[in-house]
Design a binder for this molecule. Structure first.
Ligand code: S3P
Length: 169
């Protein structure tokens, strides 16, 4: 059986760790679009924001995400803001992928993100910024999702168990 699963959600929702664990359980490939962007550009996401600015980052992100989605196999973790792109939204809607929204609250995301890591959009007043991003994006995450998982305080293993049942049906 082939699996095509795309994980969406805000920073700190666990897209990368859940995606990696899910790909191991299903024995399929896993890609994280931030990593693909960094390999393509040969610099970190933070450095791209500094050197070229957010619009440039978003253009590269759109291309890389659309390419990844069109490959139609395996597990993809999308950067938290990738769904802002109409191109990415279209690619998701036109794919047969199961789109999993990892829904998370600020209190769960905050310790995970640490708000001390390399996240250019969360540099000043990170908690308020995170909440603002989530409030603005929630309708998009919800409209694209075919599966929603309330992360709460569930472990990665528990989330993967829940998702295995849902993505296999
Ligand atoms: C972003 C999220 C980041 C990364 C970039 C922008 C966003 O990915 O793509 O810093 O706009 O929310 P994660 O969701 O993996 O942190």
């Amino acid at each position: 059986m082939s699996f095509h699963v795309v994980l969406i959600g805000p920073p700190g929702s666990g897209k990368s760790s859940v995606g990696r664990a899910l790909s191991k359980a299903l024995q399929v490939d896993f890609v994280d679009t931030d990593v693909l962007i960094e390999e393509d550009q040969k610099k970190s996401v933070a450095q791209i924001f500094i050197d070229e600015g957010e619009p440039h980052f978003r253009a590269i992100e759109e291309r890389i995400c659309c390419e990844a989605i069109s490959r139609a196999t395996g597990i993809i973790s999308l950067g938290g803001g990738a769904v802002l792109s109409l191109g990415v939204q279209d690619a998701l809607l036109n794919s047969h992928a199961k789109v999993v929204f990892l829904d998370v609250t600020l209190s769960v995301a905050a310790p995970r993100v640490g708000f001390n890591r390399d996240r250019p959009l969360l540099l000043t007043n990170p908690r308020a910024q995170w909440q603002q991003l989530m409030d603005a994006r929630r309708p998009i995450y919800e409209s694209l999702a075919t599966i929603t998982c309330e992360v709460g305080d569930l472990s990665v293993a528990k989330i993967v168990d829940q998702l295995l049942a849902k993505v296999s049906s």
